[in-house]
Design a protein around this ligand. Structure first.
Ligand code: SF4
Length: 326
């Protein structure tokens, strides 16, 4: 039997190039070796955004467009929206009966996010229980692997604990998924900090070429290089981090050399990186435009994806219910 991989993303805003270079390019690779299930976790978005749900639908559609434009192939991978497959909600309910509350309270993200999003009231049942929904999302597809970064390992461990508890109470239904560790490259935001929606420093896949060029123009550089004649240090310049990702070796070597001698100015250096980034993003933009102009195509893809996902999640749910004698 072919090996399965499952992963999801929350529709919490436009996808940025940090997401592209981290998770998404990894997903695109995984399609070559595994049967992949990729889902938009719209119910998870509710756990932190329940007060303003106005854009979840729009963000979900945009997310699918970004995935497809970047290279997720809906023929090979099952692409769906979580809320279109109600089995997730049913298994979430069943699992919630057996998960001890202290398991959820000790989840490191629970406290961290409450602190980070201090202006929102996250003392809700849904927010505390989101790892149970996550366990249901994963276990329904009995995946062999779940792609995770190192910081998400505790979440996957919790899913495994839930599977073990279920299996020991009712019989072996859920295999324990293994991690597929993903290396995330260092992607700086335009302010030099890590690129993140919450810092407002992102370059998005949906940005147009002029917007990308403008964002790069105002990007921070080596702070010690104030005047054109000052020598710079590419090792501490976030623009150079982008060169390492997007530019040819030749351009990287040139910038590395000429920045240190002040032969090249930051404006020209940024233009070089903008050209390289635009070149890389242009095929994605072109595909995005085609998809955005055909809403019915995206609707068909996610409807077909939900059917294919249900064909796997339905039998698993029935197995779980039977094991529970329901
Ligand atoms: S020349 Fe380029 S690498 Fe050097 S400080 Fe300016 S932007 Fe950074």
């Amino acid at each position: 039997m072919e090996k399965r991989v499952l992963s999801g993303m929350q529709p919490s805003g436009p996808l940025h190039i940090g997401n592209l270079l981290g998770a998404l390019e990894n997903w695109i690779e995984l399609q070559n070796d595994y049967r992949c299930f990729f889902f938009v976790a719209d119910w998870h978005a509710l756990s932190t955004n329940y007060e303003d749900t106005s854009r979840i639908k729009e963000f979900s559609r945009e997310l699918v467009i970004d995935w497809l434009a970047a290279g997720i192939d809906p023929q090979r991978s099952t692409v769906f929206i979580q809320s279109h497959v109600p089995h997730h909600a049913v298994l979430y309910l069943l699992l919630s009966m057996i998960v001890p509350i202290p398991w959820l309270e000790r989840n490191p993200t629970y406290k961290e996010k409450q602190e980070q999003l201090g202006e929102r009231d996250l003392t809700t049942y849904g927010f505390l229980g989101y790892p149970v929904l996550q366990a249901a999302d994963i276990l329904l597809y009995k995946p062999d692997f779940v792609p995770v970064g190192k910081d998400q390992l505790p979440h996957l461990e919790l899913t495994r604990e839930v599977a073990r508890r279920f299996n020991s109470l009712y019989g072996p239904v859920f295999p324990e998924p293994k991690e597929h560790l993903t290396q995330f490259p260092k992607v700086p935001g335009t302010d030099g900090r890590k690129m993140s929606k919450s810092y407002g420093n992102t370059i998005n896949l949906s940005d147009s070429e002029p917007v990308v060029r403008q964002k790069l123009k105002t990007m921070v550089t080596d702070p010690a290089r104030v005047k054109r004649t000052d020598r710079g240090n590419p090792d501490i310049c976030p623009v150079y981090d982008f060169h390492k990702i997007f530019s040819s070796t030749e351009v990287q070597q040139r910038v590395n050399r000429e920045c240190r001698t002040a032969e090249i100015g930051c404006i020209d250096c940024k233009k070089l990186v903008a050209d390289a980034m635009v070149q890389r993003l242009t095929p994605i933009w072109e595909k995005r435009a085609v998809l955005a102009a055909q809403p019915h195509l995206v609707d068909t893809i996610v409807r077909d994806g939900a059917n294919r996902a249900s064909a796997v999640s339905g039998p698993t749910l029935e197995e779980a219910k039977a094991a529970m004698k329901l």
